[in-house]
Design a binder for this molecule. Structure first.
Ligand code: G1P
Ligand code: ZN
Length: 543
């Protein structure tokens, strides 16, 4: 049966970002674009001969066609087996679990996460290593190097496979096993949280709304929440994955999950609300009339995880990405456990988890996870919350009020300025960088700078260094502003400005975040000259 060696030339712009390669779908569909990148991944990881790969994606437009190409290329490159989610579907955390469970050599996940899907929207592809986590920087660097000198890709000539047929199939000498995308993941969840307790909670009349945002978590949430835990049918909304996510933006935050937010703040709101993103690794948590910031959610889970069977021995430590608020640090300190600050992106948590230094980790961008997989995990976070709600019997708002009373409240917001001219964004960042040395002690607006630097990370496990990971400015009195450029955008530059203000006065724990963040925001804008440089007087999205 013919294997084809196809001559090619390098294609510019195949540098993986925060989470794999993300581009406009139309770019991915250009001749040789996907093939070049897949061959570069294979070459960059030392070939796939004799290897087993897990393959699946979030079901967005081009998911299935891309999987057919990847399978034919894996075959021609000598892989022995590919394990594929039925219909080409696997949530990111389920793929991470499957890699670990089957001791596969790695996996390819097709997703642009929370970015919209469709022919005119976004597509993405990321490689995860044998520990189930995103490729390390060393590996992504190798992949990128390969993209720059690629001369040939290998592909088998074969018919498309029916991805809907569970069971074992053959593509020439390579075995393709099509598996139920949900079963193994659901079984894992049963070992971590107390299903009986949560079932009893629902039996007692507890109500919930889970918005799957027309994305991959739909089947997972229907199976786990409704079928296994007995939540009434209708608890899961928008539960059918669609190639364009119902023309929506599958990003679980108060802006894009507005339907859910309105429901949770309206009359007859359910007790608990949650949402997940395109590929199922993000989560949004909202109580009746009470939105929980992802940073606060990480802190709350850190404080109460021991209530779930999977963490009953306590936590080894907790890690958060640098821009994430310092709420979890305060809880970790009181628990006497380690707390690590890593650069943005899940790949930095992998080493800490593998080395047993941390059990939980999280990011301000609605990502929370634990050592059960090597990715963030949306539905897992929701289940752990449910376990805590069932054990404590308290509503979300009361749990949060208790947390703030005990540790202070880190008021928090992220302001995104999207599709900014790349040069202007660089001018702003360069300007900030140039000022850093002399900032400490200076008065900016109403605040005094305590410390300012550009974040660099020394991995305590493998000693690798990552520099240029965002500019952070701490103010006296517990304020902080962080500036960084997004590594996942597909158009222009996205400036992210992260604002934080600690408040420990018991009388000021229920204020509006906008009010509490005013001074930090004003100081950040003076310092960066953002408005004048970019011509933007307001952010596009505030989360
Ligand atoms: C964004 C988030 C980051 C997350 C990543 C992948 O990256 O900020 O926390 O890990 O998406 O989901 P950014 O666009 O900021 O580089
Ligand atoms: Zn995602």
């Amino acid at each position: 049966m013919p294997m084809q060696n196809v001559r090619t030339t390098p294609i510019d712009g195949q540098k993986p970002g925060t989470s794999g390669l993300r581009k406009k779908t139309a770019v991915f569909r250009r001749p040789r674009f996907l093939e070049n990148y897949v061959q570069s991944i294979f070459d960059g990881i030392g070939g796939v001969e004799g290897k087993t790969l897990v393959i699946g994606g979030d079901g967005r437009f081009f998911n299935d066609a891309a999987i057919q190409i990847i399978l034919r290329m894996a075959c021609a490159n000598g892989a022995v087996k590919c394990i594929v989610g039925q219909g080409g579907l696997l949530s990111t955390p389920a793929a991470s679990h499957l890699i670990r469970l089957r001791e596969a050599d790695g996996g390819l996940i097709l997703s642009a996460s929370h970015n919209p899907g469709g022919p005119d929207a976004d597509f993405g592809l990321k490689y995860n290593g044998p520990n189930g986590g995103p490729a390390t920087e060393a590996v992504t660097d190798k992949i990128f190097e390969c993209t720059k000198s690629l001369a040939l890709y290998k592909i088998a000539a074969a018919e498309d496979l029916d991805l809907g047929q569970l069971g074992t199939h053959k593509l020439q000498d390579m075995v393709i096993e099509i598996v139920d995308p949900v079963a193994d993941y659901a079984a894992l969840m049963e070992t971590i949280v107390d299903f009986a307790k949560i079932r009893a909670l629902f039996e007692g009349g507890f109500t919930m709304c889970f918005d799957a945002m027309h994305a991959v978590t739909g089947p997972y949430a229907h199976a786990v929440l409704e079928d296994m835990l007995g939540a009434p049918k209708g608890t899961v909304i928008n539960g059918q994955p669609s190639p364009d996510f119902g023309k929506g933006h599958p990003d679980p935050n108060p802006i894009w999950a507005k339907t859910l937010m309105d429901k949770m703040h309206g009359a007859n709101a359910p007790d608990f609300g949650a949402a997940s993103d395109g590929d199922g690794d993000r989560n949004m948590i909202v109580g009746r009339g009470a939105y929980v910031t992802p940073s606060d959610s990480l802190a709350l889970l850190t404080a109460h995880a021991h209530l779930a069977p999977g963490y009953k021995g306590g936590l080894a430590g907790v890690a958060r990405s640098m821009p994430t608020s310092r709420a979890a640090d305060r809880v970790a300190e009181s628990l006497g456990i380690g707390c690590y600050e890593t650069p943005t992106g899940w790949k930095f948590f992998g080493n800490l988890l593998d080395a047993g230094k941390v059990t939980l980790c999280g990011e301000e961008s609605a990502g929370t996870g634990s050592d059960h997989v090597r990715e963030k995990d949306g539905l897992w976070a929701v289940l752990l919350w449910l376990n805590i709600l069932a054990e404590t019997g308290k509503p979300v708002s009361e749990l949060m009020a208790d947390l703030w009373k005990a540790h202070g409240r880190c008021y928090y917001a992220r302001h995104d300025y999207e599709d900014v001219d790349g040069d202007k964004a660089s001018v702003m960042m360069d300007g900030l960088r140039a000022k850093l040395g002399g900032l400490a002690g200076s008065r900016i607006g109403a605040l005094t700078v305590e410390a300012a630097d550009e974040f660099a990370y020394l991995d305590p496990v493998d000693g690798s260094q990552s520099t240029g990971q965002g500019i952070r400015v701490a103010f006296e009195g517990g304020g902080r502003a962080v500036f960084r450029l997004s590594g996942t955008g597909t158009q222009g530059a996205t400036i992210r400005l992260y604002l934080e203000q600690l408040e420990t006065d018991p009388a000021r724990l229920q204020e509006a975040p906008e009010t509490m963040l005013k001074q930090v925001r004003a100081a950040a804008l003076i310092l960066s000259d953002l408005v004048a440089i970019t011509g933007r007087d307001a952010p596009d999205v505030i989360t």
